[in-house]
Ligand binder design. Structure first.
Ligand code: G3P
Ligand code: MG
Length: 246
């Protein structure tokens, strides 16, 4: 099972910052999950919320700032023990770094609240510029964005994000729209959904799994990836399981 670091190593470091991404790699993650939004001057930036209030020392919407303005805010406020300033990274800055590693990336297109015009095109352009076409996948709660990604980069895997409510016919649904993966919240998965995904060859990556009993359940179901805030714990668990099977 692939260990996917949710917003980087966000259990211990400020989410969606270069620090959290570097620490996820050190912790042995296979993949990094991050969220992208668009600034006023159409820069693709890595941040979860549409507003900067929760994670930085600023206020207001990402889309109302240019990147020059946005980069002055500190994205480390959720972790007061992190004294080094952390800017909101541009997606390009992230790609320049991740291209030097063996990591793959799950790019979540945040088009739920605002449908940022051309965010898919701009994101794919950056992926291509850094030669990361074979090292990325895309996910979104807005499945229109995934359909657009498939037009722009057909070879990239796409994962349909669903909330904890899940989708009873997830396998058929993903197959029908050409999505390779189903990404439910932990409560959005049942034996019947797992069976439906297997029937259609759809991979299952589950978020956000931070407890051992959920991890064991994912293994029992034969899930393909665990999206977690604690990549170090999941890596240690995965290694232990490997040993156990030998
Ligand atoms: O990709 C899984 C997870 O990131 C989806 O929810 O709100 O954390 O972006 P959220
Ligand atoms: Mg996300």
């Amino acid at each position: 099972m692939k260990v996917i670091a949710h917003r980087g190593y966000s259990g211990k470091y400020p989410e969606n910052t270069m620090l959290a991404f570097r620490k996820a790699e050190e912790a042995g993650a296979d993949e990094i999950e991050l969220d992208v939004q668009l600034t006023k001057d159409k820069t693709v930036v890595v941040i979860h919320d549409e507003k900067i209030d929760r994670t930085t020392d600023g206020t207001g919407l990402v889309k109302d700032y240019t990147y020059e303005e946005l980069k002055k805010f500190n994205a480390a406020v959720l972790f007061p023990n992190v004294t080094d300033f952390q800017s909101i990274p541009t997606f390009e800055e992230y790609c320049a770094w991740v291209a030097t590693t063996a990591l793959t990336t799950n790019i979540e297109i945040k088009t739920g609240r605002f449908y940022y015009e051309d965010i898919e095109k701009k994101t794919v352009e950056i992926v291509r510029r850094y030669g990361l076409e074979k090292k990325v996948m895309f996910s979104s709660f807005n499945h229109m964005s995934l359909i657009r990604i498939k037009e722009l980069l057909p070879e990239a895997e796409c994962g349909a994000l669903l909330s904890d409510a899940g989708l009873g016919n997830a396998g058929y649904y993903c197959h029908n729209y050409g999505f390779e993966c189903y990404h439910p919240g932990f409560a959005g998965i049942t034996d019947q959904i797992v069976a439906d995904c297997r029937k259609y060859g759809i991979k299952i990556n589950v978020w956000t799994v931070n407890s051992m009993d959920q991890l064991e359940k994912l293994e029992e179901w034969g899930c393909n990836g665990v999206i977690t805030n604690y990549p170090q714990v999941c890596r240690a668990w995965a290694e232990y399981k490997k040993e156990e099977k030998r």
